[in-house]
Design a protein around this ligand. Structure first.
Ligand SMILES: CC(C)(COP(=O)(O)OP(=O)(O)OC[C@H]1O[C@@H](n2cnc3c(N)ncnc32)[C@H](O)[C@@H]1OP(=O)(O)O)[C@@H](O)C(=O)NCCC(=O)NCCS
Length: 204
């Protein structure tokens, strides 16, 4: 494969890289991200009104992987005092399993100064993230139904664990997603039972 280069859009802006070139890169990232975010309501408008201005006020960043002029992957980030978050993380299908994802996530962690940033992952894509998450000890803190889409639950990783959730370290990729979900539901049920017992006790 030809040489992969990594660039950080915030850095390019600070280095006075030509504005029209930055805009071209942003446009390319948008096109790429629509492949994976097409089901997310108002994604395009969020990207243009929140993610892009954030590049200029230093609250957001996008790190891109490209081969010559073609962007093959990117990771978009939010970094404020309150929240360190991976908003979107994507590598083009035909370029996967070449360590591009690993390099992007390393750069992201370096920028965010946080090894466990918040990220939400559609349940059906969890397998693709498990090795990366496993190495960084990422934890599932919740699984929410009807968050973005009615048909696929969203897995919250490294979030603030809700009262009803138990933290589950991202399991190895060989475990089936069904098993993970079943384990998660059992753990959550246990937590609910414990919680209701405590509530009953304090009532009696
Ligand atoms: C997750 C993703 C970014 C990984 O990118 P990548 O370039 O393939 O990652 P890497 O090549 O660095 O692989 C990292 C590890 O994961 C493993 N891996 C990658 N894809 C895998 C899969 N489908 N199943 C199991 N393991 C997988 C690799 O073998 C590698 O393991 P190793 O470090 O032990 O060798 C990519 O699969 C992707 O873009 N998926 C869709 C993302 C998505 O839905 N985003 C929206 C929500 S943010």
């Amino acid at each position: 494969m030809s040489k992969i280069e990594i660039h950080d859009l915030q850095e390019l802006i600070h280095q006075n890289y030509p504005q029209e070139m930055v805009e071209k890169l942003i446009q390319q990232v948008l096109i790429l991200s629509l492949k994976v975010k097409k089901d997310y309501p108002d994604y395009k408008s969020w990207f243009l009104t929140t993610q892009v201005p954030g590049l200029y006020d230093n609250t957001r960043n996008i790190i891109i992987a490209h081969i010559k002029d073609k962007i093959v992957g990117f990771i978009s980030l939010k970094k404020t005092k309150e929240e360190k978050k991976i908003c979107t993380f994507y590598v083009e299908k035909s370029f996967r399993r070449n360590k591009i994802g690993t390099i992007l996530v390393e750069r992201a962690i370096n920028y965010l100064e946080d090894e466990k940033p918040l990220i939400t992952i559609p349940f059906n894509k969890l397998n693709e993230f498990t090795r990366i998450g496993e190495k960084l000890s990422w934890e599932i803190t919740d699984i929410r139904e009807n968050m973005y889409r009615a048909d696929i639950p969203e897995v919250i990783v490294n979030g603030n664990a809700s009262e009803t959730s138990s933290n589950i370290v991202l399991p190895d990729c060989n475990k089936s997603l069904k098993k993970i979900y079943r384990k998660y539901r059992i753990e959550r049920l246990k937590m609910l039972i414990i919680k209701s017992k405590i509530e009953i006790k304090s009532f009696v």
